[in-house]
Design a protein around this ligand. Sequence first.
Ligand SMILES: [Zn+2]
Length: 434
Amino acid sequence: MKTALAFAALATLPCAPLAALPPPADAPPIAVKAARLLDVKSGRYVDRAVVVVRGEVIEAVGTEVPAGARVIDLGDRTLLPGLIDTHTHVLLQGDATQAEYEEQILKEYPAHRVARAVRALKIALEHGFTGMRDLETEGASYDDVALRDAVNEKVIPGPRLQVAGPALSTTGTYPILHFRPDWKFPVGVQTCDGADGCRRAVREQLSYGTDWVKVYANTGGLHTTPDGYIDSPPNWTREELAAVVSEAHARGSKVAAHATSDTGARIAVEAGVDSIEHGDSIRPELAREMARKGIFLSPTLTVTTYVAEPRAKEGRRIWAEIPKSHARSIANCRRAGVRIAFGTDAGGFPWTEINQAREFEHEVRVGMSPLEAVRSATTVAAELLGLGGKIGVVEKGAWADLVAVPGDPLKDVAVLSRVDFVMKAGEVVRAPVP
Ligand SMILES: [Zn+2]
């Protein structure tokens, strides 16, 4: 299990001087106490909960403080598993308009992009996100691989990461586009064409240490259909996309497909990708097919809401129509039993302006129950990442990733934007000010 290794490798990497020393085997356990713990699997609260942590792992969950334990008393708070965002871009700092995107891709120095990504990782962790799947670097090469490894080595603070490197798309389908043709401009993806060329691209990408392959199933030419959904031409032939998916799967990797149109989602589902990103246009029949094939949806409602107005204002009016089709598509997926994993597209909106936990409120706004929303960012997200039982749960044997909020998230998910205690791998990242 390659990705599990990437997450778990911190203890064995040759970087000991920078890493905190592991606690000695006889170190006292930590007992984290709070008024209640949300058991996300059953949806029930455990009152006066005590979570016992030894090293990086949860040793016990109950109501007793073991003798000799170091106690962290969080008072009248709710404990939950560390949160997981399955769609982010730490190397991007908001691209609501084309100009904002071009500024970052064409002008920003790579080291400056990395510096801002380091800040994004710290922000995410302090907001309670102890796990993230970062889905493409937007012209920043494999810097996400390096950031993931730096987090694992404890050089910088950040969530556990699974990364994708540059996304894949076909020639002429992804910006930078339409600049003078006699000059060469960078493109925000790696382009590949033809089944053989795309197999080669997947092999090359995985050789650099990525965990996921991301493809743009569709991009340009978005338009509304007579029945109120969104369509566009496909970016790929069937053969190309099938080659990407089979090559990635053969090497133990998974595929995430950006799919914002009916055609985009259809070709991605047919090719057998593992997750549909955004999913702005999924009719009931396709939702049933996704459920049958076990394909997840990562909806990213925060970004859909954030970019609608600025993009419509710069002349791309379709973006003002997308939120309606998006909400319908999510309802179709819920009805069909598609597993919905919390995803925000943070980086598509600035890390410094919006807490990615706002997605919980959007999820509830489109019809999900508060418990479904919490599960999307814990148990369901963990399954998508192949780490069910290790993250997204507070139970014996799971990694000690915990957050606490003042208030009751099942009454009001907005409290999840007010995380004030974060523990990752048994280390306290953030504690409430007394
Ligand atoms: Zn994205």
